[in-house]
Ligand binder design. Structure first.
Ligand code: 3AT
Ligand code: MG
Length: 335
């Protein structure tokens, strides 16, 4: 008998954990790839150092946050302290430097919401996006990275969820589904909710790290080496966690009222965030609070059509993990 939300229905679930861990392992970038990335970043650093005094490069996104699968592109942030130029102008200047260094396919996307320059390095074949003065992304990448150091199950769960989202084509913000960043926050929140908890809430602890970005103060406990045994009371393995994750988003999340919040380690109401109605293009059909930019709902890209697509996919995944004889194959079947 399948009971809604009853996680014990499937006694063989944990027998899939080794298979899931093997999939996770296959997604981790190799040492060779990591070395190529370092080589590329060192070259980029020396280029900026010589051609643009005062500018500095920071790594962010999956390459910096420990949630990068193999062959991901590299996200870099250029920090320049020059108020005479717009971000778009700075992106154009960066594009000129890259072209003069013979980088390939250099494109300055100056009209994007976040202006970036995209290019490929001909030596390592690595693709890279450079944005300008987006230090909040650098800080939120550090937060994700620090969470990943507390318990290895976060990285396992998040890799599998990201892989599932890519295979099922629900990791495309331009089509109204969620970003990788949003999926990782959903995983962190889920592990904060386990009983006993697998992850703490770093922003509710005594801060050991503090920076101010624009008007936003970012502070949290970042001495994660001291938290290595935090989750050890909870013995759940990734098979159970993956099923619990999809079960939650398929059957338990209150889409009408709830906001998930990694910042507080719990739930907030849409009412208290004033996210109850559509304003412009922001519909708040699935609400995920950004840990630092708290007025920012990472679900705002989701519209009436894509919420259906997403929820159908959560349902499909939950059902597969409950009853499919080969869940590890079906779950990741290309859409
Ligand atoms: P991939 O492995 O490239 O799919 P990623 O971790 O690089 O995953 P994204 O490409 O979604 O993640 O985004 C790159 C970084 O940009 C992650 C995060 O630091 C920042 N970021 C992305 N979307 C948002 C957002 N809506 N609000 C704030 N920061 C964001
Ligand atoms: Mg990325």
């Amino acid at each position: 008998i399948l009971l809604r939300g009853d996680m014990r229905y499937r006694p063989d679930l944990e027998t899939f954990t080794p298979q899931l861990l093997a999939i996770h392992k296959g997604l981790i970038p190799s040492q060779e790839e990591k070395k190529k990335q370092r080589q590329f970043l060192a070259h980029l650093d020396s280029l900026v150092c010589s051609d643009w005094p005062g500018a500095k490069l920071f790594l962010y996104g999956s390459c910096a946050n420990d949630f990068g699968v193999c062959n991901s592109d590299i996200d870099v942030c250029l920090a320049v302290d020059d108020e005479n130029f717009t971000k778009a102008q700075l992106v154009v200047k960066m594009a000129e430097i890259l072209r003069s260094d013979n980088m390939q396919n250099v494109q300055a996307l100056t009209h994007a919401r976040v202006p970036i320059v995209k290019f490929t390095d001909p030596v390592t074949r690595i693709s890279c996006d450079i944005c300008v003065n987006n230090m909040l992304a650098v800080v939120n990448s550090k937060l994700l990275h620090d969470y990943s150091q507390v318990d290895p199950r976060l990285r396992q769960l998040a890799f599998l969820v990201k892989h599932w989202a890519k295979c099922r084509q629900v990791n495309e913000t331009y089509r109204g589904t969620l970003s990788s960043y949003a999926y990782v926050l959903m995983c962190i929140h889920f592990l904060q909710q386990r009983k006993p908890a697998i992850l703490p809430c770093l922003q509710e602890m005594q801060p050991t790290y503090e920076v101010v970005v624009g008007k936003i103060k970012c502070a949290y406990f970042d001495q994660v080496d001291k938290l290595k045994s935090f989750g050890e009371w909870n013995k759940e393995l990734v098979g159970t966690l993956l099923m619990g994750f999809f079960d939650y988003w398929a059957f338990h999340h209150d889409y009408n009222r709830s906001v998930i919040s990694v910042r507080t380690g719990g739930f907030l109401s849409k009412e208290e965030k004033d996210w109850t109605r559509r304003i412009g293009n922001e519909r708040h059909l699935i609400c995920i609070e950004d840990p630092f930019e708290v007025s920012h709902d990472l679900g705002r890209v989701v519209d009436r059509h894509s919420i259906r697509v997403l929820r159908d996919e959560f349902n499909r995944a939950a059902k597969i993990l409950r009853q499919d004889p080969n869940p590890c194959t079906s779950l990741f079947e290309p859409f």
